[in-house]
Design a protein around this ligand. Structure first.
Ligand SMILES: Cc1cc2nc3c(=O)[nH]c(=O)nc-3n(C[C@H](O)[C@H](O)[C@H](O)COP(=O)(O)O)c2cc1C
Length: 378
């Protein structure tokens, strides 16, 4: 579709095609959404240096993240309820990422299970773990990710309790949606969405339902997380999780230099500088705002990744210039998925790739791995 040129175009289309409850779930931040907005806005303040008359031929966006080759250093972030943006959403997004050559991260709170995604992909994907009170269940999740040959465990540190997103409360977010009159009216206007949903059996949290003890139904994310997420999670837990997992470990949700220094001591392979897309601590700094300080402090000890607010290939390059070795996108791929399924995820990645490539050239560079602080105007 030639009318889709930007991530914002995909967002507009997703808004029309995805039921309000799930579109809002993606397009929301905690409380006043100030951190959600800052994540995007702070990228705009960073300026490139334009360079001319340098050889721009043979450009490459290839890089590595935790030692894995990537077509560009942009992974798909773990996002809950992705299978509610589009039927079988996690399976489709994982396939799109695999074909494109970037990592896909499956959330603990996904609709499609670890096994569902493994059944439709050939290359290893990454699994994101939330630590729950039920440690037997946590161990079984780790073991299932191992059995599915996931090549990295992404341990999320910034959601021991759930930040409040007003839209979710007002919309009565649940998966599947409750059949109230308002929901029926809203869903009726989105035929692509409900026809897809009618054709799949994957409509609830399949990593959990039927796997966690005594859990036959997890409709409400809010109440389940309140009961199940472990508020006592500590740095000591990172050690046993690392030990049990035995593979590459990424610690996600670091926004403070002190925490980054602690994370570097755990022996993990990477940290993700992240505020959960502005969905947890409203009033916290934007991710891009703290990236440089954190990368300067620990970049020689641990690989630094970042996410939050990336809406273009230019944003990716800015993050790389400020010290990130890799980045993740959450909403950009969700909008693509909601708009056009797998094709939309590929389109989101293509848009970002093209923007990166042209920007790289106009900055006078041929290799994405050469982007550094000296490419920024300060
Ligand atoms: C709808 C949605 C659901 C999310 N669910 C999870 C999750 O289950 N686990 C997790 O670690 N992070 C989750 N996140 C945070 C993302 O992994 C990532 O940090 C964030 O989306 C990055 O910001 P961006 O959306 O601006 O790219 C979620 C984000 C969104 C938008």
């Amino acid at each position: 579709m030639s009318s889709i040129l930007t991530i914002a175009d995909l967002k507009d289309l997703a808004r029309r095609r995805v039921p309000k409850m799930f579109f809002d779930y993606a397009d929301s931040g905690a409380w006043t959404e100030s951190t959600y907005r800052a994540n995007e806005e702070d990228f705009q303040k960073i300026k490139f240096r334009q360079r001319v008359l340098v050889d721009m031929s043979n450009r490459s966006l290839e890089s590595t993240m935790i030692g894995e080759k990537v077509a560009m250093p942009v992974a798909l972030a773990p996002t809950g309820l992705t299978g509610m943006q589009h039927a079988d959403g996690e399976m489709l997004a994982a396939q799109a990422a695999e074909e494109f050559g970037v990592p896909f991260t499956l959330s603990t709170m996904s609709i499609c299970s670890i096994e569902d995604v493994a059944s439709v992909t050939k290359k290893p994907f990454w699994f994101q773990l939330y630590v729950l009170r039920d440690k037997d269940f946590v161990l079984s999740l780790i073991d299932r990710a191992k059995a599915a040959k996931c090549s990295a465990l992404v341990l999320t540190l910034d959601l021991q309790i759930l930040g409040q997103r007003h839209k979710d409360v007002r919309n009565g977010l649940s998966a599947p949606p409750k059949m109230t009159l308002a929901n029926i009216a809203d869903i009726a206007m989105r035929p692509r969405w409900w026809m897809g949903m009618a054709g799949t059996k994957r409509r609830t949290f399949r990593n959990i339902v039927g796997h966690a003890k005594g859990v036959g139904d997890v409709a409400s994310l809010g109440s389940w997380t309140t009961e199940q997420f472990d508020p006592q999670l500590s740095w000591k837990d990172v050690a046993w999780i690392k030990e049990r997992w035995g593979g590459k470990l990424i610690l996600k949700g670091i926004l403070d230099k002190e925490d980054a220094l602690m994370a570097a001591k755990t022996g993990a392979d990477a940290i993700v500088v992240s505020n959960h897309g502005g969905r947890q601590l409203d009033g916290a700094s934007s991710s891009i705002g703290v990236l440089e300080e954190i990368a300067d402090a620990v970049g020689d000890q641990i690989e630094v990744h970042m996410d939050g607010g990336i809406r273009s290939g230019q944003d990716v390059l800015k993050a790389l210039c400020l010290g990130a070795k890799g980045t993740y996108i959450g909403r950009p791929f969700l909008y693509g998925l909601g708009a056009m399924g797998k094709e939309g995820v590929t389109m989101a990645l293509e848009i970002i790739r093209k923007e990166m490539d042209i920007t790289l050239a106009l900055c006078g560079k041929r290799l994405v791995t050469d982007m550094g602080k000296d490419q920024l105007r300060r």
